[in-house]
Design a protein around this ligand. Structure first.
Ligand SMILES: Nc1nc2c(c(=O)[nH]1)N[C@H]1C(S)=C(S)[C@@H](COP(=O)(O)O)O[C@H]1N2
Ligand SMILES: [Mo]
Length: 321
């Protein structure tokens, strides 16, 4: 299966956006390393010839039913977007960054006559339904606010892998996966938050879940044994659709020290950082915190992932000799 070239490519990654530090996760996560989270016991293998996408519901003046070929006739764009799972613990790896090719969700919803609540639309929730019956609900206002919410057909230059939602999935910068990133998508239904609870909402998770600003130390790893002298401490920080403005590192109870930030790719993409530590012998705790472009600094208060994402600061303990 070939994909048409996007009419709006993602453009080159800015020089300096990817740091060359051993142990730091690459800026673009290869498909084979991209985390996978879903409830599917076996990965759906959708036959694209039979696949249809329907758009219907509250405030839809022109319901749509599209084949895969018809979807691809629309304008395709390509963007780098970092996806994060709400069940990512502080310091966890349920987050990844990829090139996505797809149709702008806003374009398709406009075609169906959908208006956001702020312009009088009656639906405030968009339910995405997958071929195996999963439902994920996103705020209509958010997916129509100008961000690059996509119905993605390509991931890192290839058709979507089966495990990541072939043939079509949603990707919305700034929303956790369970409220936006429907894989094996087949239906978009406009409804209300009052009128419908999606799968995870019925199970106690929040109906609205923007991604929380987080940062992670990739290197050194926890319990690493290091030699005294300069050590590159590096990792990533993310605040999708807001942007990262500052990352600071602290050793034990010392002062917070600014890390060097890699160039920003876009506000929808995680940002790498590095700080050179002059390590002294002993057992030490390295801690990180990020400040996003809204001015908010990550709280030290630890909360778990339920119901709307973990907070707290990532720390690693290392031994220096
Ligand atoms: N159909 C379907 N889509 C789904 C899910 C699922 O269980 N079923 N899980 C969601 C969750 S919780 C996340 S975090 C993302 C993960 O996408 P990935 O597996 O491609 O990383 O997919 C979302 N889309
Ligand atoms: Mo998730």
């Amino acid at each position: 299966l070939g994909l048409p070239a996007p009419s709006s490519p993602a453009g080159a990654i800015p020089a300096g956006a990817g740091l060359d530090v051993p142990g730091l996760e690459p800026l673009i996560t290869p498909n084979r390393d991209f985390y996978r989270i879903d409830t599917a016991l076996s990965v759906p293998r959708v036959d694209v010839d039979d696949w249809r996408l329907t758009v219907h519901g509250l405030g839809v003046t022109r319901p749509l039913e599209l084949s895969f070929a018809e979807l691809l006739e629309r304008e395709l764009i390509e963007r780098r977007i970092t996806l994060t799972c709400v069940s990512n613990p502080v310091g966890g790896r349920y987050t990844g960054n990829a090139h996505w090719i797809g149709v702008r969700l806003a374009d398709l919803l406009a075609e169906a006559g959908v208006r956001p609540p702020s312009r009088g639309g009656p639906a405030d929730q968009l339910i995405a339904r997958s071929v195996e019956g999963m439902t994920l609900g996103s705020p209509v206002e958010t997916v129509l606010d100008g961000r690059d919410a996509l119905l993605a057909v390509g991931m890192n230059g290839e058709p979507l892998p089966f495990a990541h939602g072939f043939p079509v999935r949603m990707v919305v910068p700034g929303l956790y996966g369970y409220v936006s990133a429907c894989k094996w998508l087949t239906e978009l239904e406009l409804t209300t938050f009052d009128g419908y609870d999606a799968y995870w909402v019925e199970r106690g998770w929040a109906a609205r879940a923007p991604v929380k600003t987080q940062s992670r130390i990739d290197t050194p790893r926890g319990l690493a044994e290091l030699s005294a002298g300069p050590v590159a401490v590096a990792g990533v920080a993310w605040a999708q659709h807001t942007g990262i403005d500052r990352v600071e590192v602290r050793v034990d109870d010392g002062p917070w020290t600014p890390a060097e930030l890699a160039e920003e790719d876009s506000v929808d993409v995680w940002r790498q950082w590095v700080w050179t530590w002059d390590a002294t012998p002993g057992r030490h705790t390295l801690q990180v915190r990020a400040t996003d472009r809204s001015g908010e600094t990550q709280t030290a208060d630890r909360v778990g992932t339920v119901p709307d994402g973990a907070t707290g600061r990532h720390a690693v303990v290392v031994t220096v000799s």
